[in-house]
Every structure is written in C-alpha cells, then in structure tokens.
Design a protein. Sequence first.
Lengths: 544, 143
Amino acid sequence: MVVAKSNRRKRQDRVKAVAKRAEQARRHAKAEREQQTAERFRRLLDPLSSPADVAEILAAELPDSLAAGAMMQIRLSSGVPGEEIAQTARLMLAAAVEPPQIGTLAVAAWAAHVTGDEDAERGYASELLSRADAADDPELRLEVIRAASVRGHPGEACELIEPYLRERPDDELGAGIYAEALAKAHAEAEPGERERAALTRYGDRSGLEALRAAIDAFLARTQWGAITRNWADAEQSRLAAAYWQAAERDQFDALAVEVAVTYPVAGASGSPAAGEAASDDGPVNDTPLRAFAADPATPGELAARASEWDQHAQFGIWQVEEPKAAPGVWCTELVSGLRRYTQFPAPALAGAAPWSVWLGPLVPTDGIWRSTGNGIWLSPLEGDAAAEYAEQAVWHMLEALSGVPSDQLPEPGEIRFGQAEPYCVRWETGEEPEPEFGESVGPVIARLATVLVSRVWWKRSVTVALTNTDGEPMVLIDATVTVSGDATERLSARSDFGEEEGGLDGQLVWWGDQDPGPSDEPLVMHFHQDDPPTCWTQPGTRSA
Amino acid sequence: MILGRVTPGGDRVRVQVNSHRRLRKLLRILADIGAEPEVAEQAQSEPSLDFAWGSVPDGGSPPREWERAWLEQSVAVLDFRTPRHAAASAAEGNTAEALQLEGLLRQLEYQAGLATARGERPIDTEWLRTELGLTGPLGERLP
C-alpha cells in the first residue's frame, strides 16, 4: 500500500533538503578556504614567490601577528635575497592603512635588519613594544623581545627583558627568552658592546654577595644570629657522623644556615630565644630574612632583594643536564618540575658531571636566578632517591594539612637509593607540573635538606649490600644447565612458571608467590649500619 | 614476583637468578620434574649499589670491551633483562622500560663525566646510545 505524504511532511522534507544543501555548501566553502590557506602558506615558504605575492599573502593571513616577521626569517634561511625581503616590507608599508599593523611592522623590522638600517629596525621594534603595552599584552611584548634577539640583538633583548623579570622572576616564558638571548650572546665569537654588558650583568654576583654580607652583619648584631646558629648546630649534632670530613661539615653548616635564614625554624630548634624573637617581631617577621627586610636600618635596595629572596627562593633537587656555564644552566626540579635558568658561582660547577643533581636553594636577585653556592651535588641515582623521598614527604604534609588523622598517615619510608623510580626522566614524559603542588615542594625540601645530605653522605660511606626480596645476598647468576628430556615443557606445566609478556622467545619466568607490594622491584637493599633517624617534621609555612 | 628466568636451548637451559639459594631451589625443581640438571657453566657477579646496572668498567680493558659486554648482560635494575632487550621492548612501546633504560644511561653519562674529569677513560655512552637506538631526545622516543 502506498501512503501519500502529507503536505506538512513534504514541507518538512523541503526544509531538511535546503538545510542539508546549505550545510554541504558551508563544508565545501570551508574546505576550499582551508585549501587556499594551505596553498598561500606553501607560497609563503616557496623562495621563488615574488615579494608582491608574499606581501599580499602576509597582509591577508598574518596581518596582526609577529609570525609575519618569522616568515621573513624562514625565507632568508631558504635563500631569498635580502633585497626581496626589503621589497616585501616596502609593499606592505605602502599598502598599510595608517598605522601599520603588527604583521607589517614585524616584516619591516626584519627588512631593516637585513639592509643594515639599525635605527629603523629599532624604531619598528619600539613601535611593536608600544603596541604590546597599549594592548596590555605581556606575551606579545616578550615575543617582540625574542624577535629582537633572533634578529641578532641578544644584548638589546636582555636589556628589554631584565626589568620585566625583576618584577616577575617566576615567569617561565620570560626566563626562557632571557636564557635564549644570553646563550646567543655567550656563543658570539666577538660579542658587541650590549652583549658584553648583558653577560657582565648576568655574571655579576655582587648584588647577592652584598645582600649576603648585610644579612651576616644583621645576624651578628641581632638575636637572629643565635637562633640561626643554634638551629644549624642542633641539626649538625643530630645528623653528623664521625666519617664526615671538615669540608663536609662546612658544607652542611652553610646549607643549614641557608634554611634557617629563609624559613621559620625557631619552633623546630626548641630554643626559648627563638620563641622570643618570633613574638617580639610579630608573626610576619618570623625569619631572619623578613626581619632583615623590615629593619629600618636596612637600605632599601637590600631590603628589596631580601624580600625577593623571601618570596621566590626555591629549595629543590635540581637536575642539570649539562653543567657548563653558557652562561647559565637550566635546572629542573625533580619533584615539582619547575625549571630555572640559573647562574652558578664558577667553583660550584667545577667538577659537576652531566645529569648531576644540585640539592640546595636557588634565589632570584634582581630577577636573575642564582645558586647561592650552598648545597651539594648528587648523582642521578641519588637524586632519584632524594626526589622520591621528598615527594612522599610533600604528600604526607598535604594530607596532614587536609585533616587526615596522624595515625592514618603513612610512616616515613626509607630513602631508596638504587630503587627509586627514575625521577630524572619524569619531566620529559609529557607530565605537566602542578603549580599548587610545586609551591609546597620548596619548604618541604628545605626542611628535609639536612637529612637528605646526611643520608647521601652516609650512603656513600657505608658498605651497602644488595639483597633480594628473600633477604638473601644478591649475586647475579647466569648459568647454563644441562637437562634431559623436554624440561621446558614440564616446567611450563607448573603453575609457578610461565611465558613472560614481551620476554625472549620461549623464555620462561619463574614466579614467586610473595606479595611484592606496590612495586614489582626484585631488589631491596640492606644497609649495614643503623639508619640515621628519619625526620619528616612539617616545615615552617610562609605567611604572606 | 619474578624469582628467575629460564631460557630453553635443546638439552641445555640458561638460568638467571639473583642468589645461590634460588639457583639451588631451581635445580631442585628441575630434578623433581626428572630433568637431571647439571650446571655446565656459571657466571656470577655481586652488584654494588652504585653499579646495580652492571659491573664496573676496568680501566685496563680494551676500548669498548666493557660497553659491548654491558649491552648483553642482565642488569639488576632492568629486572635482569639486558639493555638490548630493554631497548627492544622500549621500541615496541614499553614506556616503563624506556624510562628505566634512559635513567640508567644518564647515570652512565654522569659516571663518564666524572671519569673524564679525573683523566680516566670514560664509558663510551654515545656508542651505547647508538647501539641501542636511543640517540634522539627522550620526549620524541616515547609512544
């Protein structure tokens, strides 16, 4: 039976058909636009495209983007003559409705650069910076500065970015651009005057040294000196061992003082004087650093530097891929994933090998991150173990702060030298740092620093025997055993033997029935000495 | 939990374990199933903490001897796999193995750096990386 469509149904079908045709047309138009855009970018990258073509495409596709300037860099590197770049800029400027857009200015800056007109180049860059400021777009400002560095003016880029970093030492984009510019200046065979000046400013530790000297003088004339000394001495008494050399005692002391200057330790030391000092100065000035910054006798410049230290200093377990000053080194904090481009005092880097791990504080001074020089180098293996231990401590602290009853908190574990997960590769796996977690890491590592140092030295000093999970002395045995009959088939029939996923062809794995716990690690280590006491005291928290 | 590995090979099997007691226990199992086991050859090493990834290079050995041996030896922290085996497994997408192996290579690079600074012959880590096909940045090698 054939049922005729109703008029209503016919209308609905017509509407649907129209909508479908419109959708198809939209898709077709979109695909065409995408194809045209792809073709335009192909022509932009084609060194044979004419300046007129390039100018037209840039005006259409990248009118308000610094990427237009980057296109000039790419064209230059693919062999396009400088004169064609200049011609492109002339055409874009001529066609521009006043004032020229960002893309045109970026191209003009490159053209001025290749024709050697530095005044014009600086003028265009300056105009771009003004646009970024007018739009309150710090990211654009930073990219304009980066472009100046890429065009061969790293010294100028440093001058422009240093004031920004003084205000925002934690800004990773800014720090990255600064690092690129410094490295470029450092690599120049004959750096220009501005590059030399930038490198000198970067390497100049006098600001930090002046601050340090003033803090030392402040400690000597106030009761903060005794508080700091008592805490450092108490830490050394608690953790020092007979095998420590004089140099190690000095290193330990310097690091302990760094902790006591930066974080509240009065309560931890148990010193009555400590309590007095904290209450006399009120809760805000609960560290020597804060008290120093607030002291009316402290010159403004030093007070500002002390506040910068107080607000931004980062204790950490910092891995350095290539510990050669060029002129700074990138440090990755293994627990938090923070990255800092850091200037180390030359003696601190001497003898450090690739992938060494620095346990100590990094401090910004006038926006430049510097190592104070007080800390110790760990091997990657030691760094992994220290980072794992510190991360557990951070979680412990966060759980305690979130109200988990103390009897439900996990007991502190051991520092698992040789067993810890490879933290040294963690931040290259795509895992993103969590800023909030990162904020907790510095104070915890500061509080653990003395313990970690003492454990590392202890581990280096003692004979360590490896044992397997049955507690038997670890001996790696690789034996060839003659057998009769089809031993493999008979072993396979047993429940404690089986083929391993991903194992060698035909290889059987012999399984044990013990619960391995959260890790399937077959190794455990037994240290032939009583462990030093483990200390997971809650670190002093900062009051903003 | 893995107690050991047995690799068949006709009238011989290769046995890899990490203690004498486990070797004895495994031989007992083989005897119980009627395989009449006899140890024909046996190599053993006692790993120290800092060299849980392999034996210490000997300064007097010919160049690359240590490196060649290391590639084929069972390494404790690789769960007694050889670096070559771990690299193959990493290439097939085993991220955990890739990270462990990279961690080991970095430790070796660190050791090599210290040796160079002391004026000693370092481990040729560049050669090891080439042999294992692990020369690019780690991020680009992970699945």
